[in-house]
Design a protein around this ligand. Sequence first.
Ligand SMILES: Cc1cc2nc3c(=O)[nH]c(=O)nc-3n(C[C@H](O)[C@H](O)[C@H](O)COP(=O)(O)OP(=O)(O)OC[C@H]3O[C@@H](n4cnc5c(N)ncnc54)[C@H](O)[C@@H]3O)c2cc1C
Length: 197
Amino acid sequence: MHAILDAGMVAHVGFCVDGQPFVIPMMYARIDNVLLLHGSIASRLMGTLGSGIDACISVTHIDGLVLARSHFDHSMNYRSVVAFGRARLLDDPAAKAQALSYFVDAIVPGRAAESRAADRTELAATHVLQLEIADASAKIRSGGVKGNLADADLPHWAGVIAMRMECGAVEPDETVAPGTALPASVSAFLSAQGPAP
Ligand SMILES: Cc1cc2nc3c(=O)[nH]c(=O)nc-3n(C[C@H](O)[C@H](O)[C@H](O)COP(=O)(O)OP(=O)(O)OC[C@H]3O[C@@H](n4cnc5c(N)ncnc54)[C@H](O)[C@@H]3O)c2cc1C
């Protein structure tokens, strides 16, 4: 489950406010058995979520499109986690600053050390939520087309289209001096991605 969470970048965070369900896409970072979430203090939902109500967090990766000979057996290869817990707001500015550095490293490992830490104003404007995972499950589908063997005689094509998320072009900000080398974290991140399949 930790591997699936660590490979993800966006969590869908579900919770109910006054009987109304919300499912909000958010960035997250995992530290041990804790998921960190963050957002503006102006966000009503963040404040409510941080009050300790029940939450359900889901992370999904699509690994392939499974095209069967029958409509019924079309599917996807995937890895997903559904986690349950309650979030609490972090108050301590030092803990909040550290949590924000974890977010940056969750985007590109090593990036936090290559950029400025949050200052007091930024910390004051930010809610950081800590959700201890109380329960969780993972579900994985992999492999090829499954289903009715009799369909193998049908004239339709069947197979799997592999899917993955990949980086596009790197575009330095216009304020970066021409010829500036990429920082180590970015180079390592791009190298770790490997060649396209
Ligand atoms: C990309 C993707 C597409 C899917 N498309 C469909 C679809 O179109 N139709 C469909 O019926 N199902 C689909 N699924 C599977 C779906 O997520 C459920 O697993 C499935 O519907 C079984 O639901 P259930 O309520 O019977 O599960 P139960 O077995 O009753 O679930 C028990 C518990 O298992 C956990 N759980 C359930 N599903 C998952 C999961 N995917 N990952 C982690 N934990 C889980 C939850 O905690 C849940 O409370 C898809 C899954 C993924 C990842």
